[in-house]
Design a protein around this ligand. Structure first.
Ligand code: DC
Length: 227
């Protein structure tokens, strides 16, 4: 089990997917569950502060394996919402939804069920601290806010210097504060996490840096090494 935590747009999904592919492991981005629940709450007009109503939506949300076995297809009651959950509208409410205790409790169970007995890289904010405290390897991936905002803007085909690009930067700063400052399972590195900074790196360089941390630890983990 590899826990890959870090703030928004620190590269967790692309790095995590590449590391998982290199090691023949599954990859799961836990943020998809928080996004899917937020999308469902918006669609149903559920108040993001109503914990009981939000938790009641959790069974409607599923993450399924897409092509190549990567857990990336997000389905809400039969509808594929994989693209719809990556909009500014969802960005705006997801931190509020993610700090609700009943939501975290409901999604904790879902995440552990998806992980099962392991063989997986899991990206998130509290994977090393709360979801998988006994993970074999814990990584905290980070980059400056400007680099992360520019990456998110590029992903969405937006000029980072435009008004929309600056809105992305402001939103990332707000979400960093909300996710890191919440009472339950705040986004933070586990005490035993290895920090990897990605500023100025190509994807390949960051993947190599993460693999350099992971491989010796996996070899030393129970059941590791001999393959
Ligand atoms: O990684 P992301 O931007 O897709 O995550 C969306 C939101 O979900 C983020 O603002 C915080 C929340 N989240 C969380 O609280 N815990 C996780 N393990 C993953 C995501």
């Amino acid at each position: 089990m590899i826990a890959l935590d870090g703030p928004g747009s620190s590269g967790k999904s692309s790095v995590g997917a590449a590391v998982a592919a290199a090691l023949g492991l599954r990859f799961f981005d836990s943020g998809l569950l928080y996004r899917a629940l937020s999308w469902t709450a918006i669609a149903r007009g559920v108040d993001p502060a109503d914990g009981a109503a939000l938790a009641a939506l959790a069974p409607s949300v599923a993450v399924e394996a897409g092509v190549g076995g990567r857990l990336e297809r997000v389905v809400v009651e039969g509808r594929d919402v994989s693209a719809a959950i990556r909009t500014p509208e969802v960005d705006r409410v997801v931190s509020a939804v993610a700090r609700v205790p009943q939501v975290r409790a409901a999604l904790l169970v879902r995440q552990r069920a998806l992980v099962g007995r392991g063989g997986i890289v899991v990206a998130g904010r509290d994977i090393g601290t709360v979801v998988l405290p006994d993970a074999d390897v814990k990584i905290w991936l980070d980059a400056s806010t400007e680099v992360r905002a520019a990456r998110r803007a590029e992903e969405r085909g937006i000029d980072p210097g435009s008004v929309a690009g600056r809105t992305i930067l402001a939103d990332l700063l707000r979400r960093d504060g909300a996710d890191g400052g919440r009472a339950i399972a705040p986004a933070r590195p586990a005490d035993d996490a290895v920090h990897v900074r990605t500023d100025g790196n190509t994807l390949e360089q960051t993947v190599a840096a993460v693999l350099a941390v992971v491989m010796p630890r996996l070899a030393a983990a129970p059941g590791g090494g001999a393959g």
